[in-house]
Design a protein around this ligand. Structure first.
Ligand code: NAP
Length: 276
């Protein structure tokens, strides 16, 4: 299969549905092999099959990204099945909102666990492969650019009432992005962040529609937004509407292309022109 990412191996967390699935399919349509992750076996399998139908290859690494050994399992799945690691997209996430006086420690810590600690562990595990691989390549006079894309949110950049934990976790990802860009520049890794505005997925569906409950571990978390809030948000967006998962994936893809080889430590806001 030919494409801009031919021969690349991409790991995408939370790629069973929503934006993560669209990212996995976009990267695969450009020739990348994909390690798919989701909490749910069946949903992960659907993405793997969809990628097969696109003419590329994928394997599933099912499980909760917040489990301590997940990072190693994920990286091993890429190396064992496809021989390397070129692109890591830290996308898995969910919202568990409350105003501060109602937010429990469990809620706050869960947001940090999925949006901050899990990406940290995945990237730390990837260092075991990336550092020696890059050194060996440079020793052979080769430069292979690798990509990390961390998924943040306008909430992480500007704050959002009711999202103390979520905004803290997403904001930390921006700091991690800038730090790792400085640590891994020497290994030719571009480390960037894509922050989304309002993208239409399960997480942002109108309350009372669709599969409004996400099962995260042993917790059931209600998803969705009041219809009047959705209307208000769309009025604030210069393009006048929420984005599609495919449009969100396009922004991530840009950061994974060879054309972005000199871009690192940046935050790209994909929000239809929204500036808060
Ligand atoms: P979504 O449709 O609910 O998809 C989230 C995906 O993440 C699902 O595949 C889910 O797995 C997976 N996931 C959640 N927690 C996980 C965990 N602990 N371990 C492994 N997988 C996990 O949501 P989305 O809108 O596509 O969100 C994707 C990312 O974009 C998130 O990081 C979100 O914070 C960010 N974001 C979204 C928006 C937006 O407007 N939609 C805006 C800003 C940022 P299951 O299918 O098993 O539940």
């Amino acid at each position: 299969m030919s494409g801009n990412l031919e021969g690349r191996v991409a790991l995408v967390t939370g790629s069973g549905r929503g934006i993560g699935r669209a990212i996995a399919e976009k990267l695969a349509s450009e020739g990348a092999f994909i390690v798919v992750n989701d909490l749910d076996d069946d949903v992960a399998g659907e993405t793997v099959n969809a990628i097969g139908a696109l003419g590329s290859k994928a394997v599933a690494c099912v499980g909760d990204v917040t489990t301590p050994d997940f990072g190693k399992r994920f990286v091993d799945a890429a190396v064992d099945n496809f021989g390397g690691v070129d692109i890591i997209v830290n996308n898995a996430g969910y919202v568990w909102d409350s105003v501060i006086q109602k937010m429990s420690d469990e809620q706050f810590e869960a947001m940090l666990a999925v949006h901050t600690v899990a990406p940290f562990r995945i990237l730390r595990a990837a260092a075991d492969f990336i550092r020696p691989a890059a050194k060996a390549e440079m020793g052979n006079g080769e430069i292979r650019y690798r990509k990390v894309v961390n998924i943040s949110s306008v909430s992480g950049l500007y704050g959002n009432a009711g999202q103390m934990g979520y905004s803290a976790g997403k904001s930390a990802l921006v700091g991690m992005t800038r730090t790792l860009a400085k640590e891994w520049g020497r290994y030719n890794v571009n480390v960037n962040c894509v922050a989304f505005g309002f993208i239409r997925t399960r997480m942002t569906q109108e309350l009372g529609t669709g599969d409004a409950i996400a099962k995260i571990g042993n917790r059931e978390i209600g998803m969705g937004i009041q219809p009047e809030m959705i209307k208000a948000m769309e009025q604030m967006i210069p393009l006048g509407r929420g984005g599609t998962p495919e449009e969100a994936a396009g922004a991530v893809y840009l950061m994974c292309t060879p054309e972005a080889n000199y871009i690192s430590g940046q935050v790209l806001l994909a929000g239809g022109g929204l500036i808060m």
